[in-house]
Design a protein around this ligand. Structure first.
Ligand code: ATP
Ligand code: MG
Length: 197
């Protein structure tokens, strides 16, 4: 039989998730779906860590800026008046700055989760980036209705409670930033066989 590769993914509750006492609720949802917690800690992340977590490479900034620009356009808001520019790269830089300020503003609860298709599975349970349109039943959809309409006018990131790695590449980059090897544990879940044979 072909070996089935398990994936690891980095999740953290952002300051809004911690302050709203949602650590247990979120973990309950992820664990009950079959994901295994192999690392966990509470930490107030410094700017240095976040500068690396939210990279300043053009690709990431352009995507972030593009999405923000689209959000302004959707609601008929003048992106240039609000942010001083209509260049996606520059807007991306601004949103990244808001994000780093926000996520470093208080403690976060970080986890490494392991499982088959862990990255996709966690993103499904987390839901859309923008909570107002995240599906009911997802973490963001059930616990927030925040939207870029308010966030961008207030010059803050969308408060969407939780971060989860978006791809295998992101996970590979993010996990070692937050956890060293000794902080990750191997063990077998007692229900493993019932779930996967
Ligand atoms: P995360 O990386 O936090 O799990 P994501 O992958 O769903 O979220 P990204 O595109 O990576 O979304 O954006 C990173 C973060 O930037 C979002 O979680 C959100 O807090 C913030 N953000 C994204 N788009 C906007 C926007 N249009 N306005 C304000 N903040 C935004
Ligand atoms: Mg992301």
């Amino acid at each position: 039989m072909k070996e089935i590769r398990e994936e690891r993914t980095l999740v953290f509750l952002k300051p809004d998730g911690v302050q709203r006492a949602l650590i247990g609720e979120v973990l309950r949802r992820l664990e009950r779906a079959g994901l295994k917690v192999i690392g966990m800690k509470m930490v107030r992340p410094g700017r240095q860590l976040l500068e690396r977590h939210y990279p300043s490479d053009e690709g990431f900034l352009r995507t972030l800026g593009g999405k923000t620009k689209d959000a302004f356009a959707t609601y008929g808001m003048d992106v240039k008046r609000e942010t001083g520019t209509d260049d996606p790269l520059e807007i991306g830089r601004q949103v990244r700055g808001w994000l780093i300020d926000y996520v470093s503003s208080g403690p976060v609860a970080a986890f490494v989760l392991e499982g088959i298709h862990a990255i996709t599975a966690v993103r499904k349970l987390v839901g859309d980036t923008l909570p107002y349109r995240a599906a009911p039943g997802t973490i963001r959809g059930d616990f927030s209705i925040d939207s870029p309409t308010v966030a961008n006018l207030m010059k803050r990131p969308v408060r969407n409670l939780i971060h989860a790695s978006g791809s295998v590449e992101e996970a590979a980059l993010e996990i070692p930033l937050w956890f060293n090897e000794r902080e990750l544990y191997e063990y077998e879940r007692a229900d493993q066989r019932a779930m996967f044979g």
